[in-house]
Design a protein around this ligand. Structure first.
Ligand code: TMP
Length: 213
């Protein structure tokens, strides 16, 4: 399937306001006449939501990090085949709340799983698909958890784990500066949204003509 739409991912720790911002971004793009599909990971499909329920269940305290990795990858393989690739082939822009960078940050930097093993699994899950743009909402975990508390199995991991995850995201942004845009999630909701909209405008300007906008 040939990719005609744009694939944009939103990444960042829990409590960064990612979900509110991605929803605002979808509304903004629709108003600008862009066909949009909003998805979340893990989830977005029946199979993916089932994986999500297993992996986030707080009672599953003793889940092996490799089992955790495989559940996230299974959810990804399903959403890529069932939702993302068909939408991109139609020219729809796909906004996804988390994608592969979350796996690198959480299972790699956070859990300490081998990077090569994660990359090999990732290739099975996403094939050649890569985001065109990744918006990273950066925030210190201490501040983020003050906003939302700790509810699910991942949020209940120690603060040091979440500090490593944050460092992981920032390392990835440093390594792929053309794909990543880092925004300060401690800003007000409105200020943050304006920064994100200006990134979306750049994508629209870049694609004018080629996507019938
Ligand atoms: P959410 O709270 O943003 O919906 O994300 C669900 C949780 O799953 C969050 O704690 C991050 C975690 N996660 C991973 O650990 N690895 C992954 O690959 C993905 C997509 C999410």
């Amino acid at each position: 399937m040939k990719k005609k739409g744009i694939f944009i991912t939103f990444e960042g720790p829990e409590g960064s306001g990612k979900t509110t911002q991605i929803q605002a971004a979808a509304v903004y793009l629709k108003k600008r006449g862009v066909p949009v599909l909003l998805l979340r990971e893990p989830g977005g499909t029946t199979v993916g939501e089932a994986c999500r329920a297993i992996v986030l269940e707080a009672r599953h305290k003793h889940m092996s990090p490799r089992a955790e990795l495989l559940l996230y990858l299974a959810a990804r393989a399903q959403i890529v085949d069932e939702k993302i690739l068909p939408a991109l082939a139609k020219g729809t822009w796909v906004l996804c709340d988390r994608f592969e960078d979350s796996t690198r940050a959480y299972q790699g930097y956070g859990r300490g799983l081998d990077k090569k093993m994660i990359d090999a699994g990732s290739l099975i899950a996403r094939g050649k698909l890569q985001p065109d743009l990744t918006i990273l909402l950066d925030i210190p975990p201490r501040l983020a958890f003050k906003r939302i508390g700790r509810r699910d199995r991942m949020e209940k991991a120690p603060l040091a784990f979440h500090e490593r995850v944050r460092r992981g995201f920032l390392d990835l942004a440093h390594r792929y500066p053309r794909r990543f845009k880092v925004v300060d999630a401690a800003l007000s909701k409105e200020a943050l949204a304006l920064k994100i909209f200006s990134e979306l405008e750049k994508q629209i300007a870049g694609r004018k003509g080629s996507h019938g906008l």
